[in-house]
Design a protein around this ligand. Structure first.
Ligand code: NDP
Ligand code: DXP
Ligand code: MN
Length: 391
């Protein structure tokens, strides 16, 4: 039986993965090795029981007693903390979902690659912060990374059997998020509750707010750049409010291959789970006659400066992606805590990059994961200082 581990099992990606595993036969069809979560230990224990996992891991030490209690008498091991996440990554598995949110997902996923696993990568931050290192690690250990972010899964699918040399452009779509049509004056006063509602997708709060600020799309442009290895000038963002076309690939002969599907992450997760085959998935089928029309427009870089910053990050290269992501995570924390306003998030990230750039070293290629983690910590320190001066 295939051995499977899910990092971030209690989150939005994790729950969709859990749903598919259960539908595909649960413990009868797969040997579930490890399930990991954070504070939702009751749910983590429930999932571990349902799938007969070998071990359940919470990221937080103070959650361990509750997890142990919830798993008492089941024979399922309970563990906690950063080291336990690494040990979970070291348990041999054929397929691993990387579904932790934020840079916290980098180390466990990176570690799993050394065992030659197939890593289904939802955690876009891994590629943004350490793309070249991650891909090199996969190559070194004959491991495989399959993209799970909906746009990147769509591009991956459009590229099957194609020659990368014939790719003229990659277009990833953006819903435009909660504030697609808001004027800039209104954006300045946007609340956390308003930013936490996505027009089309049901996702975790952090990516939902990133979608509203377009930081999600900014991360995804860099993710495209790192994963598919195309020149930054070939990557375009297209606002598509319906979120039915997920990406398009343009070829040398002028053909545009589009990927369409319902806004349901079980498609991209299921594709990675069943790859290289396609199996039935419980996602809605599109009735295009009923839908009638699809709309597209160019993104507005004045209201959503994150997209402009992503271009600067790609031009700088090296450790700029790690700094960008870390500053963005701190700015997002600041917004969620109502310490800074919605538009301040981009200002904090831009200022952090400017300060780090003036110190030099932002464009230096990381020699190891330690270099990435060091830049991550440094960018958080600078971003927090900037947030402090604004509050
Ligand atoms: N949701 C979606 O549809 C999509 C998500 N993605 C990407 O997938 C990743 C997960 O997103 P999403 O599922 O929305 O996020 P959620 O916030 O819904 O879930 C995050 C998961 O990670 C756990 N977690 C949180 N913080 C930590 C930490 N510091 N260390 C270890 N585990 C932690 C959470 O545990 P707990 O909840 O128990 O505290 C939960 O299991 C992100 O990188 C996101 O960008 C990409 C495309 C679509
Ligand atoms: C489902 C998925 O892949 C998300 O990353 C999605 O792209 C978010 O929607 P936005 O297009 O609004 O950022
Ligand atoms: Mn996406």
């Amino acid at each position: 039986m295939r051995r499977i581990t899910v990092f971030g099992a209690t989150g939005s990606i994790g729950e969709s993965t859990f749903d598919l595993l259960m539908r595909q036969g649960g413990r009868e069809a797969a040997q579930v090795v490890a399930l990991t979560g954070g504070r939702q230990v009751a749910r983590l224990a429930e999932q571990a029981r349902a799938l007969g996992a070998e071990v359940a891991v919470t990221a937080y030490d103070d959650c361990l007693p509750a997890l142990r209690e919830a798993l008492a008498g089941t024979g399922i091991e309970a563990a906690a903390g950063a080291q336990a996440l690494i040990e979970a990554a070291d348990r041999p598995a054929d397929w691993i979902m990387s579904g932790i949110v934020g840079a916290a997902g980098l180390v466990p996923g990176f570690r799993a690659l050394r065992h030659g696993t197939t890593l289904a990568l939802a955690n876009k931050e891994s590629l943004v912060t350490a793309g070249p290192l991650l891909l090199a690690e996969a190559r070194a250990h004959s491991a495989r990374i399959l993209p799970v972010d909906s746009e990147h899964s769509a591009v991956f699918q459009a590229l099957v059997g194609e020659d990368m040399a014939a790719v003229e452009r990659i277009i990833i779509t953006a819903s435009g998020g909660a504030f697609r049509d808001w004027p800039i004056e209104k954006l300045a006063k946007a609340t956390v509750a308003e930013a936490s509602t996505h027009p089309n997708w049901a996702m975790g709060q952090r990516i939902t707010i990133d979608s509203a600020s377009m930081f999600n799309k900014a991360l995804e442009v860099i993710e495209t750049y790192e994963y598919f290895g195309v020149d930054a000038s070939k990557i375009e963002v297209l606002v598509h409010p319906e979120s039915l076309v997920h990406a398009l690939v343009g070829f040398a002969d002028g053909a545009l291959m589009a990927h369409l599907g319902a806004p349901d992450m079980r498609h991209a997760i299921g594709y990675a789970l069943n790859w290289p085959e396609r199996s039935h998935l419980p996602v809605a089928r599109l009735d295009l006659a009923q839908i009638g029309r699809l709309t597209f427009r160019a993104p507005d870089l004045d209201r959503f400066p994150a997209l402009r910053l992503a271009r600067e990050v790609m031009a700088t290269g090296g450790l700029a992606g790690a700094a960008f992501n870390a500053a963005k995570e701190c700015a997002l924390d600041g917004f969620i805590a109502s310490r800074i306003g919605f538009l301040d998030m981009a200002a904090v990230v831009e200022e952090t990059l400017a300060q780090l750039s003036s110190c030099g070293g932002l464009g230096k290629a990381p020699g190891s994961l330690d270099d990435v983690l060091h830049m991550d910590a440094e960018a958080r320190r600078v971003a927090r200082q900037i947030i402090d001066t604004r509050t």
